[in-house]
Design a protein around this ligand. Structure first.
Ligand SMILES: Cc1cc2nc3c(=O)[nH]c(=O)nc-3n(C[C@H](O)[C@H](O)[C@H](O)COP(=O)(O)O)c2cc1C
Length: 309
């Protein structure tokens, strides 16, 4: 099996470079192969031409002529999986990697009818952050990074997605040295077990769902989008759309992946409505579903089904 590694760091004098080498060693020791684009070493061009802008903006599926972009398309489609290794710069990937997405994730390849990009078995993001993870979480910065990468750029382009953060690596923090060896070991294990881990982790983290069935007294519909999150056995989601102006839910997931949560939302009539729900997973036509049994706090019970988008 082959992993396409997209590596993006401007300096060899970096923790990220060491982490990359451990990851690659793991890939090889795991009996797999890799191909890599080292974006700075390649001096990968990141500015979109006006010609590409007009092609993408007008959804014109005319053939590409840009050799460097075609080479990236070829690397993606000849691999089974993709891994991105990059440091966080201003709560984003470095501009060079953002530009790689602008140019490589193009109309007719990564999106649009008859897109040529294959469905990858797995996408892993190894994201190196200077800041401790607690701070990234408390200020919503981790959620922003994950949403952009997993919810938009990777979205449904890989069967399995994993976002791995190596935090506290700032040169000002003791954790950089203290965690150095353990982080490299973790990166090695991530590489070694890259395909062995596939499909083992059940999570709703950063998955989007919509309601495809509901009882008459229910309020969510196929116009409602839920964005779920998960940390350990704690699950939560924001939802909105249709007759829901804004909703939140929080609860737990048990060992059989059943979810138990309380929900509250404001509907378009200005009513604040609350209730509780038990939700059991199933897979239909390859899509994850949750079969929900819910009850308003002061009122009727009902059932609904939400399906992954
Ligand atoms: C311009 C710049 C911006 C950065 N912005 C962030 C940031 O927003 N969040 C963060 O956690 N780390 C940030 N960092 C820290 C980098 O992620 C840093 O490179 C990281 O600690 C990895 O170490 P390394 O460069 O030795 O691989 C920034 C670093 C630079 C140079």
């Amino acid at each position: 099996m082959k992993v396409f590694i997209v590596y993006c760091h401007p300096s060899e004098d970096s923790f990220t470079k060491n982490l990359r080498d451990s990851f690659i060693k793991g890939i090889i020791d795991g009996g797999n192969e890799y191909v890599m684009s080292d974006l700075y070493a390649m001096d990968f061009k990141t500015d979109m031409t006006e010609q590409q802008y007009l092609r993408d903006a007008k959804y014109e599926n005319i053939p590409f002529t840009e050799e460097d972009v075609l080479a990236e398309h070829e690397k993606i489609n000849s691999a089974d999986a993709i891994a991105f290794i990059y440091p966080v710069f201003w709560t984003e990937a470095p501009a060079k990697l953002v530009g790689w997405f602008d140019r490589v994730w193009t109309y007719g390849f990564a999106y649009g009818d008859n897109k040529k990009m294959k469905m990858l078995d797995k996408a892993m993001l190894l994201c190196i952050a200077g800041t401790p993870i607690e701070k990234l979480e408390h200020f919503g910065l981790l959620a922003s990074m994950k949403k952009v990468m997993l919810g938009d750029r990777l979205f449904n382009r890989a069967k399995q997605k994993e976002f791995v953060v190596f935090d506290g690596t700032s040169r000002k923090l003791e954790t950089r040295e203290n965690n150095w060896d353990a982080y490299l070991e973790k990166a090695y294990e991530k590489g070694k077990n890259f395909f062995a881990d596939a499909g083992e982790t059940f999570t709703v983290d950063d998955k989007f769902f919509t309601a495809i069935e509901n009882s008459e007294s229910g309020e969510v519909s196929d116009k409602t989008v839920f964005c779920y999150h998960q940390k350990g056995n704690v699950i939560w989601a924001e939802y909105s759309g249709g007759s829901i102006v804004k909703g939140f839910l929080i609860g737990t997931m048990d060992e059989d992946h059943n979810m138990h949560f309380n929900y509250q939302h404001m509907n378009t009539d200005g009513e604040l409505r609350t209730g509780s729900c038990d939700s059991a997973p199933s897979v239909e036509n390859g899509k994850l579903r949750f079969n929900e049994q819910w009850k308003w706090t002061m009122g009727k019970e009902g059932t609904s089904v939400i399906e992954e988008i």
